[in-house]
Write a protein that binds this ligand. Structure first.
Ligand code: SF4
Ligand code: SF4
Length: 457
């Protein structure tokens, strides 16, 4: 967890800006929420330019500038599928207490061309009239090294740059995405990296790529803090779970309004409540691993570790959250985890679909003890698949169970020992039944049912 000093401690951005620790009539410091990390620390001031609500009251709107670097647009697709909350709810401002999000998105926005780019220039100039957050999708290419010409990822042209500033490009030539990131980052309320390309570099930063791509926090440097004193917030995944993004945005906005607890982030800027567990711990196939049963080929229902799953060492919540609307997700759909949320992805997880070396040891151990556990469980399960009444009468009155064998001697002995342990030191309620009359099963067809009763009467 991020447990170092608050970003607004002495010498940090907040103090440089002369932000006060108290504000307004209440004059109170925001109380530290129980699980809060120090990123949004208790020393963080209230007020516009601070956290915990605007000086003039809660914010009505906040601008979100979505910028795409070295990207496939998969993060945009993933976020449009979010449901808790949905993008529509954030844009419409229908979540009580949360300010309306004004989204500037190169694919989703209705406006285009110079009209679309104008708010970007206003943000850089400081004339937007509301706080803004920058969201980066895709990695950051190392194209600032091209001083005059050349770029790997562009947004707008030189004519879109603020009139009051020297443009890095002539009017009809593309501006680099990195030009906008450099210009907008200092005054942004927060810089959010979505997807593994923006967080850690991802596929465009893989071995052999010539673009020198990197994650947003690598580009902005370790000393970077936003206007609110916040380091880069990272929401990884390739593509990420859309709800991870919208939920984090909603959590931060609720805190900005002073109505939510302080969000906790880990030492790499990930929302701690979303990325604190491994895939394996919540995997739908984890029971197979424990019993030492492994898939041999794709399509098998068992644990996928031997066909290349890295879930035991990967931090990701798709197994709990699902891909969209709590549905799907890698292991649910039959795919092994290839570590797409991790800083080492993809190079440190390749070649994909080869058994991870670490699983040779843990898999062999699971096979050894899992085989015994599995057999004992089957016996135990067989016993619990029978009503107590069936045990007393020795009969199962089911048409489907006519051929079913009675418990084996081994199962009976196991059941006896199991019961002794189960009820040791407590009351064995089932014993009471032995003093009750055995309920009679009616063979209604032989009895003739209701029709015979009528005839007889
Ligand atoms: S499929 Fe992967 S995450 Fe799931 S139980 Fe197997 S090793 Fe763990
Ligand atoms: S389970 Fe693995 S491959 Fe799937 S989304 Fe999570 S980290 Fe990526």
């Amino acid at each position: 967890m991020y447990q170092t000093s608050s970003p607004l401690d002495k010498g940090s951005r907040g103090e440089e800006r002369g932000l006060e620790a108290t504000h307004g009539s209440s004059g109170g410091v925001i109380p530290m929420a129980e699980l809060a990390g120090d990123v949004f620390g208790a020393a963080t001031p209230r007020g516009l330019g601070g956290l915990g609500g605007a000086e003039e009251g809660p914010l009505d709107a906040i601008h979100v500038f979505w910028i795409a670097g070295m990207s496939c647009d998969g993060c945009s697709v993933a976020v449009t599928g979010a449901t808790s909350p949905s993008v529509e709810e954030l844009l419409a401002g229908t979540i009580p207490g949360i300010p309306k999000v004004v989204l500037h998105h190169p694919v989703l926005s209705v406006s285009a061309g110079h009209g679309f780019m104008k708010p970007f220039a206003q943000a850089v100039e400081g004339t937007l009239g509301a706080p803004y957050v920058v969201v980066l999708e895709g990695s950051v290419p190392d194209d600032q090294r091209f001083e005059e010409v050349g770029y790997f990822s562009g947004l707008g042209v030189g004519a879109d740059w603020p009139d009051s500033m020297d443009s890095p490009r002539v009017p009809d030539q593309p501006l680099r995405v990195t030009d906008w990131i450099k210009a907008m980052a200092p005054e942004a309320a927060a810089m959010v990296a979505i997807g593994t390309c923006a967080t850690w570099g991802g596929v465009p930063a893989a071995a052999g790529n010539i673009t020198g791509s990197m994650g947003l926090m690598d580009f902005l440097g370790k000393d970077y803090r936003s206007a609110l004193g916040v380091p880069v917030v990272n929401i990884p995944g390739c593509s990420p779970v859309g709800d991870n993004f919208t939920e984090t945005v909603a959590a931060v906005l609720m805190f900005l309004q002073g109505i939510g607890p302080l969000p906790e982030f880990d030492e790499l800027g990930r929302p701690a409540w979303l990325f604190g567990e491994t895939v394996h711990r919540h995997c739908v196939r984890a029971g197979y691993y424990e019993e030492g049963v492994f898939a041999e080929e794709f399509g098998d229902p068992e644990c996928l570790v031997e066909v290349g799953c890295w879930g035991p060492v990967v931090q990701c919540n798709i197994t709990e959250r699902g891909a969209i609307n709590h549905m799907g997700g890698c292991m649910v759909a039959g795919g092994p985890c290839i570590g797409c949320t991790m800083p080492g992805f993809p190079d440190k997880f390749s070649p994909f679909y080869k058994t991870p070396p670490g699983s040779a040891l843990s898999g062999a151990m699971a096979r050894t003890y899992g085989a015994h556990i599995r057999r004992l469980r089957r016996i135990s399960m067989g016993h619990r698949n029978r009503e107590p009444l069936w045990d007393r009468t020795g009969e199962i009155p089911s048409g489907f169970a006519r051929e079913k064998k009675r418990p084996t001697l081994l199962a009976k002995v196991e059941g006896l020992f199991y019961e002794r342990l189960q009820y040791h030191g407590t009351v064995h309620q089932g014993r009471r039944n032995e003093r009750q009359p055995v309920p009679e099963s009616r063979n209604v067809l032989d009895d003739g049912g209701a029709s015979r009763s009528l005839e007889e009467s």
